[in-house]
Ligand binder design. Structure first.
Ligand SMILES: NC(=O)c1ccc[n+]([C@@H]2O[C@H](COP(=O)([O-])OP(=O)(O)OC[C@H]3O[C@@H](n4cnc5c(N)ncnc54)[C@H](OP(=O)(O)O)[C@@H]3O)[C@@H](O)[C@H]2O)c1
Length: 278
């Protein structure tokens, strides 16, 4: 099977390129094709003629998005529509990466795929609007919503915590935001299985279980054998430009319907820490 991965130089894209074997996988990043360029996106799809396009390319600086809405919507919504139109033209299936930030975080039980979108940030709005447009262009596309991504080859929370813990006796970490950490390797493996199974519709993909950032940081410190103290603080105390959902736990039911298992986040974290320190 021929596959085209857009965003191959990103945190997830790198894992997808590493994990995918047995198929002909072409990885592209922004120097190869800017997804805002409709014609270039179409041309490359015609040249590659993939069976699947995995769209992991996005402008992902959530705080930066607040001050650059044109860039955000240009890449995350309009760029995604360009890719969907090209996929339609060449008869390819599309798997699009979306986010837990399409929700407002006001629920207290896991979000199901059919729950109403109500994004609170520019980044979340760009993803929510992309989802709606993509389902119009390609009703059979697969939308994978994921959250709290970590892994090798990009900026990620465990790396930040380990770096801080190496130089500080105590760290303040937000304890009133709850979500699901997701290891890029596990997400990549799930994406490969979803493509091979011909998945369509909205699917929530993250490691099993959930935690607050504070609990995640405590587990990172413990698993790495460090001694820094982790202190809980509120979102209000750690003001950031983009609002974050207070609760964005995604229900595993949609992924279970495709019979794709996911390991728990503490298991994923242990593997990541082993793999980053050979
Ligand atoms: N990180 C998270 O916590 C998280 C959570 C939920 C959902 N997601 C979604 O998961 C996907 C992968 O995220 P990630 O963390 O792997 O992202 P990332 O590390 O920031 O990588 C983004 C990728 O997109 C490419 N890109 C950016 N602008 C582009 C453009 N205009 N045209 C073509 N390519 C462009 C980048 O290429 P260059 O390197 O060449 O610039 C890079 O390969 C994204 O859709 C993201 O929104 C991420």
């Amino acid at each position: 099977m021929k596959v085209q991965v857009l965003g191959a130089s990103g945190l997830l894209g790198k894992a997808v390129m590493r994990e995918w074997s047995g198929d002909d996988v072409v990885g592209l990043s922004s120097p190869d094709v800017d997804i805002r360029d409709r014609e270039a996106v179409r041309e490359i799809a015609e040249r590659v003629r993939p069976k699947w396009i995995v769209l992991a390319a996005a402008y992902t600086d959530v705080d930066g998005c607040e001050s650059h809405p044109d860039l955000t919507f240009g890449v995350n919504r309009d760029g995604a529509v360009n890719v969907a139109e090209a996929a339609k033209q060449v008869g390819a299936k599309l798997l699009f990466l979306s986010s837990d930030y399409v929700f407002d975080g006001k629920k207290t039980s896991p979000y199901e795929t059919g729950d109403a979108r109500n994004p609170q940030s520019v980044y979340g709005r760009s993803k929510a609007e992309a989802e709606v447009r993509l389902l119009e262009v390609l009703p059979e596309c697969c939308i994978v919503r994921t959250s709290w991504l970590f892994g090798a080859g990009g900026k990620c929370f465990p790396d930040t915590i380990l770096k801080l813990a190496a130089t500080r006796p105590a760290l303040d970490v937000v304890s009133d935001q709850r979500g699901c950490p997701t290891y890029s390797v596990d997400l990549a493996r799930a994406i490969i299985q979803l493509c091979r199974k011909g998945a369509s519709g909205i699917v929530h993909v993250n490691n099993a279980g959930n935690c607050s950032w504070f609990e995640f940081a405590r587990e990172i410190i413990k698993a790495a054998g460090l001694t820094a103290e982790v202190r809980p603080v509120s979102t209000e105390q750690m003001a950031r430009p983009a609002p974050r959902p207070a609760y964005s736990v995604l229900s595993p039911a949609s992924l279970q319907r495709w019979a794709v298992p996911m390991p728990s986040w503490p298991d994923a974290l242990q593997r990541y820490l082993r793999e980053r320190q050979p």
